[in-house]
Write a protein that binds this ligand. Structure first.
Ligand code: MG
Length: 242
């Protein structure tokens, strides 16, 4: 029986194509610290530290700690010196990126529906960003943490693995106190949101064009379609469950 629903954020609850968002994000953060660090250098260290963080597999510290250890020393600064400057970027510059994203009207209906059904609701976004950058995007999606009491929002401060590793999903299960088959993962990225949860036994609904062919392999999602399709599918599951 369904007890918990895990929603990816970017291009699932919120229209946010990474091909446009990430360059604008890098440009914004680069300009913000350009008086201290040449933007090219910042970008290359940011990419490097992000790759190191992607490798975090649940056996060590939080994603934030892994990122910080790879990032700040490489730039030749103490973490304490730079962190407040980046925090100001997230307060002043990051909000401007909202214009690149698109609210999806079905997102709020789905989240409301999930809470009405008494499900534990998780924002299962790849935990590569600080909490503020994730909570702001949740606001842009129209489902803010101030209105919805999520069981968990996976941020880089408190997760110990990324979606490249089964440990990301194991950590969610442990935090929720749930078995894999009591959960449903919903997301657009085949590797991260369908294949990886499937590897620990969590069924997944693939947010993709209904006509899109899934990659080769032995993983099959429980469903495929838009948020509106998911809505109808969930309603069917609810009927059958009663
Ligand atoms: Mg996504």
């Amino acid at each position: 029986m369904l007890k918990a629903i895990l929603f990816d954020l970017d291009d699932t609850l919120l229209g946010n194509p990474m091909e446009t968002f990430m360059p604008a994000y890098f440009q914004g953060i680069g300009a913000h610290v350009a008086h201290l660090i040449p933007p090219k250098r910042l970008l290359s260290e940011l990419m490097h530290a992000s790759r190191v963080m992607m490798g975090n597999d649940g056996s060590g510290p939080t994603n934030e700690e892994v990122f910080a250890a790879a990032f700040y020393p490489a730039l030749g600064y103490e973490r304490e010196e730079l962190e407040p400057i980046f925090e100001r970027f997230y307060a002043k510059g990051f909000p401007k990126l909202q214009s690149l994203t698109q609210q999806r009207p079905e997102a709020r209906r789905l989240v409301e529906w999930s809470f009405e059904r008494g499900l534990q609701v998780v924002i299962a976004t790849n935990p590569l960003f600080p909490r503020t950058a994730i909570e702001q995007r949740i606001v842009w999606a129209g489902v803010p943490v101030t209105e919805f009491d999520y069981a968990l929002v996976t941020t880089y401060e408190d997760m110990h693995a990324t979606k490249d590793h089964p440990a990301y999903y194991s950590e969610i299960l442990a935090r929720l106190g749930r078995q894999p088959d009591e959960c449903l993962m919903v997301g657009d990225n085949w590797a991260w949101d369908v294949a990886m949860p499937a590897s620990v036994g969590i069924p997944a609904y693939w947010i993709a064009d209904p006509g899109e062919a899934p990659p080769e392999g032995d993983v099959s999602p429980v469903g495929q379609g838009t948020l509106a399709d998911l809505w109808m599918w969930l309603d069917g599951v609810g009927e059958r469950g009663r």
